[in-house]
Design a protein. Structure first.
Length: 320
């Protein structure tokens, strides 16, 4: 019978993947973490994390992920920075094919591919992406010093990042499609008290206008009474939630919800034996760094349980 190269391959190196990797390396599994970019995931571009236990004064997203990576490294987690082309998860041995054609095999897989920012899908959004349209306040905020900008969305990300953007912009207009925010009360209170933030309620962005030379110049807005207006801004931050990173996953093999997030049980097991999922890729209500890390730990412990019930590769020889 074919033997797998690894007991476990973890796909994705955000908080969930790194925690699973830390547990697996410390638990002496033969484990590989495959990540296409830098370890850290979406948190890397989060300006400030104020609610991760143990960091009483808060911590930057970058520093937190740096510490998580160093922690996994201390136990010798093997990492591979490569782009995955496809995964075949159906059999007892799971095969991961990299973009360069190389194949990696494992007895179990933890999927931690996370999620990416959702798009508005309106005219001008694609055209001016990177030239006034942004999905990351931490990355692009400093470009808007003393300028008037807009943030679209009413969740934690939109309000947290609107607050962050007031460090640079002269005015931040939050455009929200409803009359109340989804963000937590503490963020709402901070935003309502911030003199640089103005709210446009029950308003949608219909189009983004600009010019080839200068990028975004204004937004066409539609208000609750169907009136339209123009808002002059040089930047628009679209922070309207996330979509699952499933492009490389065999979605015909995996059960998912209507938005494409993976369905697991409470032990993080997906619909395929030996395949687990953790972090933002899972179908769930709360997406916090601390959940992702916790789910990474649960998924790895489930892998240990799963492997414990599998036949060993070679019979034990206690006389050696
Ligand atoms: P979210 O909670 O799903 O909020 C998305 C926001 O965008 C909602 O206000 C939604 O409006 C709006 N929206 C969605 N589609 C839209 C569209 N097509 N046009 C206009 N507006 C649209 O997403 P999120 O804020 O990115 O947060 C994602 C997860 O991360 C959440 O679980 C959140 O709690 C978590 N998070 C936590 C923290 C923290 O704890 N500090 C920070 C950031 C994120 P409606 O309200 O009308 O649906």
């Amino acid at each position: 019978m074919q033997q797998a190269q690894y007991q476990l391959i973890i796909v994705g190196g955000g908080p969930a993947g790194l925690t699973a990797g830390l547990y697996a390396a410390r638990g002496r599994l033969s484990v590989l973490l495959v990540e296409k970019g830098a370890t850290g995931g979406q948190v890397l571009v989060t300006d400030w994390v104020d609610n991760y236990p143990g960091f009483a004064d808060g911590v930057s997203g970058f520093d937190l992920m740096d510490k998580m990576t160093a922690h996994a490294d201390r136990f010798g987690l093997e990492k591979r920075f490569a782009t995955i082309a496809s995964l075949d998860l159906a059999g007892d041995i799971k095969t991961i094919t990299l973009e360069n054609g190389e194949q990696l095999t494992a007895k179990s897989v933890i999927i931690c591919t996370g999620a990416k920012p959702r798009k508005l899908g309106i005219p001008g959004e694609y055209e001016y992406a990177g030239r006034g349209v942004s999905y990351c306040a931490t990355c692009d905020g400093p470009f808007y010093r003393n300028q008037e900008i807009a943030v679209v969305g009413g969740g934690n990300t939109a309000i947290q990042e609107a607050l962050h953007l007031t460090k640079f912009a002269s005015k931040v207009t939050v455009i929200h499609r409803r009359g109340e925010l989804r963000a937590t009360k503490i963020l709402q209170e901070k935003a309502f008290c911030n003199e640089k933030i103005e709210f446009l309620w029950n308003t949608q962005v219909l189009e983004i206008h600009g010019s080839k030379n200068t990028g975004v110049e204004d937004l066409v807005l539609q208000h609750f009474n169907n009136d339209q207006s123009i808002l002059k801004v040089t930047g628009i931050f679209v922070l309207i939630g996330i979509a699952p990173n499933t492009e490389i996953l065999p979605m015909r093999q995996l059960k998912s919800d209507e938005s494409g997030f993976l369905i697991t049980d409470e032990e993080m097991a997906t619909s395929i034996p030996g395949v687990f999922a953790a972090g933002d890729i899972r179908s769930k209500r709360s997406r916090q760094i601390v959940n992702a890390a916790g789910e990474g730990a649960v998924a790895e412990l489930s892998v240990e349980h799963y492997l414990g019930n599998q036949a060993p590769d070679q019979p034990l020889n206690c006389s050696e």
